[in-house]
Design a protein around this ligand. Structure first.
Ligand code: SF4
Length: 337
Protein backbone atom coordinates (compact mmCIF):
# COMPACT_ATOMS: atom_id res chain seq x y z
CA UNK A 1 0.00 0.00 0.00
CA UNK A 2 2.93 2.32 0.70
CA UNK A 3 3.72 2.44 -3.02
CA UNK A 4 0.17 3.38 -3.88
CA UNK A 5 0.15 6.19 -1.31
CA UNK A 6 3.56 7.50 -2.36
CA UNK A 7 2.69 7.69 -6.06
CA UNK A 8 -0.76 9.07 -5.42
CA UNK A 9 0.42 11.77 -3.00
CA UNK A 10 3.25 12.81 -5.26
CA UNK A 11 0.83 13.19 -8.15
CA UNK A 12 -1.57 15.13 -5.93
CA UNK A 13 1.09 17.50 -4.63
CA UNK A 14 1.93 18.55 -8.18
CA UNK A 15 -1.47 18.48 -9.84
CA UNK A 16 -4.23 19.37 -7.43
CA UNK A 17 -6.42 22.40 -7.97
CA UNK A 18 -6.38 25.18 -5.41
CA UNK A 19 -9.96 25.43 -4.18
CA UNK A 20 -11.24 27.40 -1.20
CA UNK A 21 -12.89 24.41 0.50
CA UNK A 22 -9.54 22.64 0.46
CA UNK A 23 -7.94 25.56 2.26
CA UNK A 24 -10.25 25.33 5.24
CA UNK A 25 -10.85 22.84 8.03
CA UNK A 26 -14.20 24.36 8.95
CA UNK A 27 -16.84 21.65 8.86
CA UNK A 28 -19.56 24.14 7.89
CA UNK A 29 -17.75 25.34 4.78
CA UNK A 30 -16.71 21.86 3.73
CA UNK A 31 -20.28 20.68 4.11
CA UNK A 32 -21.57 23.57 1.95
CA UNK A 33 -19.05 22.78 -0.76
CA UNK A 34 -19.92 19.09 -0.72
CA UNK A 35 -23.64 19.69 -1.04
CA UNK A 36 -23.12 22.17 -3.88
CA UNK A 37 -20.67 19.93 -5.69
CA UNK A 38 -23.17 17.09 -5.73
CA UNK A 39 -25.13 19.28 -8.11
CA UNK A 40 -22.59 20.84 -10.38
CA UNK A 41 -19.07 20.96 -11.67
CA UNK A 42 -16.29 22.58 -9.72
CA UNK A 43 -16.12 25.82 -11.73
CA UNK A 44 -19.80 26.64 -11.46
CA UNK A 45 -19.92 25.27 -7.91
CA UNK A 46 -17.22 27.71 -6.91
CA UNK A 47 -19.45 30.71 -7.68
CA UNK A 48 -22.30 29.24 -5.64
CA UNK A 49 -19.98 28.36 -2.78
CA UNK A 50 -18.52 31.87 -2.63
CA UNK A 51 -21.99 33.41 -2.68
CA UNK A 52 -23.25 31.12 0.08
CA UNK A 53 -20.30 31.75 2.41
CA UNK A 54 -20.40 35.49 1.75
CA UNK A 55 -24.10 35.67 2.55
CA UNK A 56 -24.15 33.11 5.39
CA UNK A 57 -20.59 32.87 6.80
CA UNK A 58 -21.62 30.67 9.75
CA UNK A 59 -24.13 27.93 10.27
CA UNK A 60 -26.20 30.19 12.56
CA UNK A 61 -26.61 32.66 9.69
CA UNK A 62 -27.89 29.98 7.36
CA UNK A 63 -30.22 28.61 10.04
CA UNK A 64 -31.73 32.08 10.50
CA UNK A 65 -32.23 32.67 6.76
CA UNK A 66 -35.67 32.52 5.13
CA UNK A 67 -36.15 29.32 3.14
CA UNK A 68 -37.08 31.32 0.05
CA UNK A 69 -33.74 33.14 0.19
CA UNK A 70 -31.86 29.86 0.39
CA UNK A 71 -33.83 28.51 -2.58
CA UNK A 72 -33.12 31.63 -4.55
CA UNK A 73 -29.37 31.41 -3.90
CA UNK A 74 -29.60 27.78 -5.01
CA UNK A 75 -31.46 28.69 -8.20
CA UNK A 76 -29.96 27.03 -11.26
CA UNK A 77 -28.54 24.02 -9.43
CA UNK A 78 -31.70 21.88 -9.58
CA UNK A 79 -32.81 19.33 -6.95
CA UNK A 80 -34.22 21.96 -4.65
CA UNK A 81 -34.78 19.34 -1.97
CA UNK A 82 -31.02 19.55 -1.37
CA UNK A 83 -31.30 23.27 -0.67
CA UNK A 84 -34.21 22.69 1.69
CA UNK A 85 -32.23 19.99 3.48
CA UNK A 86 -29.27 22.32 3.75
CA UNK A 87 -31.45 24.86 5.49
CA UNK A 88 -33.11 22.26 7.76
CA UNK A 89 -29.72 20.80 8.67
CA UNK A 90 -28.40 24.24 9.66
CA UNK A 91 -31.41 24.69 11.94
CA UNK A 92 -30.89 21.25 13.45
CA UNK A 93 -27.23 22.03 14.18
CA UNK A 94 -28.20 25.21 16.00
CA UNK A 95 -31.09 23.58 17.90
CA UNK A 96 -28.89 20.72 19.09
CA UNK A 97 -26.05 23.00 20.09
CA UNK A 98 -23.68 21.42 17.56
CA UNK A 99 -22.29 24.75 16.42
CA UNK A 100 -20.01 25.61 14.70
CA UNK A 101 -20.48 22.14 13.16
CA UNK A 102 -20.80 18.59 14.50
CA UNK A 103 -17.52 16.70 14.72
CA UNK A 104 -18.72 13.13 15.25
CA UNK A 105 -19.43 11.10 12.11
CA UNK A 106 -22.66 9.76 13.65
CA UNK A 107 -23.95 13.29 14.28
CA UNK A 108 -22.97 14.56 10.85
CA UNK A 109 -24.69 11.54 9.29
CA UNK A 110 -27.96 12.46 11.04
CA UNK A 111 -28.24 15.79 9.26
CA UNK A 112 -30.95 15.95 6.60
CA UNK A 113 -29.51 15.27 3.16
CA UNK A 114 -26.23 13.89 4.46
CA UNK A 115 -25.42 10.34 3.39
CA UNK A 116 -22.36 8.20 3.99
CA UNK A 117 -20.40 9.96 1.29
CA UNK A 118 -20.91 13.50 2.58
CA UNK A 119 -20.45 12.49 6.22
CA UNK A 120 -17.18 10.72 5.31
CA UNK A 121 -15.99 13.67 3.27
CA UNK A 122 -16.65 16.15 6.09
CA UNK A 123 -15.21 13.91 8.82
CA UNK A 124 -12.03 13.33 6.84
CA UNK A 125 -11.53 16.76 5.23
CA UNK A 126 -12.42 18.81 8.29
CA UNK A 127 -11.24 16.58 11.13
CA UNK A 128 -8.87 14.09 9.47
CA UNK A 129 -10.97 11.17 10.74
CA UNK A 130 -10.46 7.82 9.01
CA UNK A 131 -13.68 7.56 7.02
CA UNK A 132 -13.80 6.93 3.29
CA UNK A 133 -15.49 9.48 1.02
CA UNK A 134 -16.78 7.60 -1.98
CA UNK A 135 -17.94 9.93 -4.73
CA UNK A 136 -18.31 8.96 -8.40
CA UNK A 137 -14.64 9.68 -9.07
CA UNK A 138 -13.50 7.47 -6.23
CA UNK A 139 -15.76 4.59 -7.30
CA UNK A 140 -14.20 4.77 -10.73
CA UNK A 141 -10.60 4.78 -9.48
CA UNK A 142 -11.24 1.95 -7.01
CA UNK A 143 -13.10 -0.13 -9.63
CA UNK A 144 -10.14 0.22 -11.95
CA UNK A 145 -7.34 -0.16 -9.42
CA UNK A 146 -8.89 -3.39 -8.08
CA UNK A 147 -10.63 -4.47 -11.31
CA UNK A 148 -14.11 -4.72 -9.78
CA UNK A 149 -16.83 -5.37 -12.34
CA UNK A 150 -19.82 -5.24 -9.94
CA UNK A 151 -22.14 -2.25 -10.47
CA UNK A 152 -21.16 0.36 -7.91
CA UNK A 153 -24.58 2.00 -7.74
CA UNK A 154 -26.56 -0.87 -6.18
CA UNK A 155 -26.91 -1.55 -2.46
CA UNK A 156 -24.72 -4.64 -2.68
CA UNK A 157 -22.24 -2.95 -4.96
CA UNK A 158 -21.86 -0.05 -2.56
CA UNK A 159 -21.21 -2.43 0.33
CA UNK A 160 -18.60 -4.27 -1.69
CA UNK A 161 -16.80 -1.10 -2.73
CA UNK A 162 -16.96 0.15 0.81
CA UNK A 163 -15.18 -2.97 2.05
CA UNK A 164 -12.47 -2.51 -0.55
CA UNK A 165 -11.89 1.17 0.16
CA UNK A 166 -11.73 0.44 3.89
CA UNK A 167 -8.81 -1.86 3.07
CA UNK A 168 -6.90 0.70 1.03
CA UNK A 169 -7.77 3.85 3.04
CA UNK A 170 -4.68 5.48 4.55
CA UNK A 171 -5.70 5.65 8.20
CA UNK A 172 -2.71 7.81 9.07
CA UNK A 173 -3.67 10.45 6.50
CA UNK A 174 -7.36 10.12 5.65
CA UNK A 175 -7.71 13.78 4.66
CA UNK A 176 -4.86 13.55 2.20
CA UNK A 177 -5.87 10.12 0.93
CA UNK A 178 -9.50 11.08 0.23
CA UNK A 179 -8.54 14.39 -1.37
CA UNK A 180 -5.91 12.78 -3.54
CA UNK A 181 -7.91 9.82 -4.79
CA UNK A 182 -10.89 12.07 -5.54
CA UNK A 183 -8.76 14.54 -7.45
CA UNK A 184 -6.99 11.74 -9.28
CA UNK A 185 -10.39 10.46 -10.46
CA UNK A 186 -11.55 13.96 -11.41
CA UNK A 187 -8.44 14.92 -13.38
CA UNK A 188 -6.52 11.84 -14.42
CA UNK A 189 -8.35 8.51 -14.22
CA UNK A 190 -11.34 10.04 -16.00
CA UNK A 191 -14.26 8.26 -17.70
CA UNK A 192 -12.52 8.57 -21.06
CA UNK A 193 -8.97 7.44 -20.51
CA UNK A 194 -7.27 8.14 -23.84
CA UNK A 195 -3.57 7.42 -23.36
CA UNK A 196 -3.55 8.25 -19.66
CA UNK A 197 -2.87 4.67 -18.54
CA UNK A 198 0.39 4.60 -20.46
CA UNK A 199 1.96 7.27 -18.28
CA UNK A 200 -0.12 6.72 -15.14
CA UNK A 201 1.77 7.00 -11.85
CA UNK A 202 -0.42 4.21 -10.42
CA UNK A 203 0.01 1.89 -13.38
CA UNK A 204 2.03 -0.69 -11.44
CA UNK A 205 -0.73 -0.91 -8.80
CA UNK A 206 -3.63 -0.96 -11.27
CA UNK A 207 -5.09 -4.44 -11.79
CA UNK A 208 -7.55 -3.44 -14.53
CA UNK A 209 -4.69 -1.97 -16.53
CA UNK A 210 -2.84 -5.28 -16.29
CA UNK A 211 -6.02 -7.10 -17.35
CA UNK A 212 -6.85 -4.63 -20.13
CA UNK A 213 -10.30 -3.90 -18.64
CA UNK A 214 -9.84 -0.31 -17.43
CA UNK A 215 -11.96 1.24 -20.21
CA UNK A 216 -14.91 -1.01 -19.28
CA UNK A 217 -15.00 0.12 -15.66
CA UNK A 218 -16.79 1.12 -13.54
CA UNK A 219 -19.99 -0.82 -14.25
CA UNK A 220 -23.38 0.78 -13.55
CA UNK A 221 -26.72 -0.87 -13.05
CA UNK A 222 -29.05 -0.56 -16.04
CA UNK A 223 -30.77 2.83 -16.20
CA UNK A 224 -34.46 2.96 -15.20
CA UNK A 225 -37.01 3.81 -17.86
CA UNK A 226 -37.82 7.51 -17.89
CA UNK A 227 -41.43 8.49 -17.25
CA UNK A 228 -42.77 10.91 -19.86
CA UNK A 229 -44.81 13.93 -18.76
CA UNK A 230 -46.47 16.56 -20.95
CA UNK A 231 -46.59 20.05 -19.54
CA UNK A 232 -48.17 23.07 -21.18
CA UNK A 233 -47.21 26.35 -19.60
CA UNK A 234 -49.13 29.54 -20.20
CA UNK A 235 -46.98 32.65 -20.02
CA UNK A 236 -49.44 35.51 -19.60
CA UNK A 237 -47.98 38.95 -20.26
CA UNK A 238 -49.94 42.07 -19.52
CA UNK A 239 -48.66 45.61 -19.95
CA UNK A 240 -50.22 48.17 -17.65
CA UNK A 241 -49.02 51.71 -16.92
CA UNK A 242 -45.70 51.00 -18.61
CA UNK A 243 -45.07 47.91 -16.47
CA UNK A 244 -45.14 44.27 -17.49
CA UNK A 245 -46.99 41.72 -15.33
CA UNK A 246 -47.27 37.95 -15.46
CA UNK A 247 -48.87 35.14 -13.49
CA UNK A 248 -46.84 32.65 -11.46
CA UNK A 249 -47.94 29.79 -9.31
CA UNK A 250 -46.09 27.93 -6.60
CA UNK A 251 -45.85 24.15 -6.78
CA UNK A 252 -47.10 22.85 -3.48
CA UNK A 253 -47.82 19.19 -4.15
CA UNK A 254 -45.28 16.47 -3.32
CA UNK A 255 -43.71 16.28 -6.72
CA UNK A 256 -40.77 17.69 -8.60
CA UNK A 257 -39.83 21.29 -7.73
CA UNK A 258 -41.90 21.46 -4.57
CA UNK A 259 -42.32 25.08 -3.37
CA UNK A 260 -40.83 26.55 -6.54
CA UNK A 261 -42.57 28.98 -8.84
CA UNK A 262 -43.42 28.55 -12.50
CA UNK A 263 -45.89 29.82 -15.08
CA UNK A 264 -49.49 28.64 -15.17
CA UNK A 265 -49.38 24.92 -15.81
CA UNK A 266 -51.69 22.53 -17.56
CA UNK A 267 -50.47 18.94 -17.38
CA UNK A 268 -51.71 16.22 -19.75
CA UNK A 269 -51.86 12.45 -19.15
CA UNK A 270 -50.75 11.71 -22.68
CA UNK A 271 -49.13 13.51 -25.55
CA UNK A 272 -51.42 16.44 -26.43
CA UNK A 273 -52.25 17.64 -29.93
CA UNK A 274 -49.94 20.02 -31.75
CA UNK A 275 -50.59 23.73 -31.17
CA UNK A 276 -50.62 26.35 -33.90
CA UNK A 277 -48.58 28.57 -34.02
CA UNK A 278 -45.83 26.38 -32.62
CA UNK A 279 -45.02 27.31 -29.03
CA UNK A 280 -41.55 27.13 -27.53
CA UNK A 281 -40.92 23.43 -26.83
CA UNK A 282 -38.30 22.18 -24.41
CA UNK A 283 -37.48 18.60 -23.46
CA UNK A 284 -36.11 18.61 -19.95
CA UNK A 285 -34.65 15.42 -18.48
CA UNK A 286 -34.67 14.73 -14.75
CA UNK A 287 -33.31 11.58 -13.14
CA UNK A 288 -36.54 9.58 -13.63
CA UNK A 289 -38.66 11.77 -15.83
CA UNK A 290 -38.62 13.23 -19.31
CA UNK A 291 -40.61 16.45 -19.42
CA UNK A 292 -42.06 17.60 -22.72
CA UNK A 293 -42.79 21.23 -22.00
CA UNK A 294 -44.45 23.78 -24.23
CA UNK A 295 -44.59 27.47 -23.42
CA UNK A 296 -47.41 29.49 -24.97
CA UNK A 297 -47.10 33.23 -24.64
CA UNK A 298 -50.40 35.10 -24.29
CA UNK A 299 -50.22 38.87 -24.56
CA UNK A 300 -53.38 40.06 -22.84
CA UNK A 301 -55.00 43.32 -21.81
CA UNK A 302 -56.20 41.88 -18.51
CA UNK A 303 -54.64 38.94 -16.69
CA UNK A 304 -57.10 36.04 -16.30
CA UNK A 305 -58.35 35.08 -12.84
CA UNK A 306 -56.75 31.69 -12.15
CA UNK A 307 -56.82 29.98 -8.79
CA UNK A 308 -53.54 29.76 -6.83
CA UNK A 309 -51.66 32.22 -8.99
CA UNK A 310 -49.85 35.40 -8.12
CA UNK A 311 -49.65 38.53 -10.21
CA UNK A 312 -45.97 39.41 -10.42
CA UNK A 313 -44.31 42.39 -11.96
CA UNK A 314 -41.81 41.08 -14.47
CA UNK A 315 -38.89 42.99 -12.96
CA UNK A 316 -39.59 41.25 -9.61
CA UNK A 317 -39.52 37.75 -11.05
CA UNK A 318 -36.00 37.22 -9.67
CA UNK A 319 -37.42 37.47 -6.17
CA UNK A 320 -39.10 34.11 -6.70
CA UNK A 321 -37.31 30.77 -6.66
CA UNK A 322 -38.02 29.51 -10.16
CA UNK A 323 -37.64 25.98 -11.45
CA UNK A 324 -34.73 25.38 -13.78
CA UNK A 325 -37.13 24.68 -16.64
CA UNK A 326 -38.84 28.03 -16.10
CA UNK A 327 -35.47 29.81 -16.16
CA UNK A 328 -34.56 28.01 -19.36
CA UNK A 329 -37.84 29.06 -20.96
CA UNK A 330 -37.43 32.71 -19.93
CA UNK A 331 -34.02 32.71 -21.53
CA UNK A 332 -35.19 31.03 -24.74
CA UNK A 333 -38.20 33.29 -25.07
CA UNK A 334 -35.79 36.21 -24.92
CA UNK A 335 -37.67 37.72 -21.98
CA UNK A 336 -34.99 39.51 -20.02
CA UNK A 337 -35.33 39.49 -16.24
S1 SF4 B 1 -3.58 2.85 -15.09
FE1 SF4 B 1 -5.33 3.79 -16.09
S2 SF4 B 1 -7.10 2.86 -15.13
FE2 SF4 B 1 -5.36 2.43 -13.82
S3 SF4 B 1 -5.39 4.08 -12.32
FE3 SF4 B 1 -4.05 4.71 -13.99
S4 SF4 B 1 -5.34 5.92 -15.35
FE4 SF4 B 1 -6.68 4.74 -14.00
Amino acid sequence: MENLYNHLYRWYAINHRILPWRETEEGYRIWLSEVILQQTRVQQGLDYYLRFVARWPHVEDLAAAAEDDVLREWQGLGYYSRARNLHKAAQMIVERGWTPFPTRFEDIRQLPGVGDYTAGAIASFAYNQPYPAMDGNVYRVVARLLDIDEPFDTTNGKKLFHKHIEKILDRENPRLFNSAIMEFGALYCTPTLGDNCLTCPLQAQCISHAHGTAELLPVRKPRPQLRDRWLDYHVYLCRRDGKLYTLLHQRTQKDIWQHLYEFVLEEHDKQPKAINPLPLSITHILSHQRLHARFCVHKVDVLPQIENTLTVEWTDIDHYALSRLTLKAIEKLGLSR
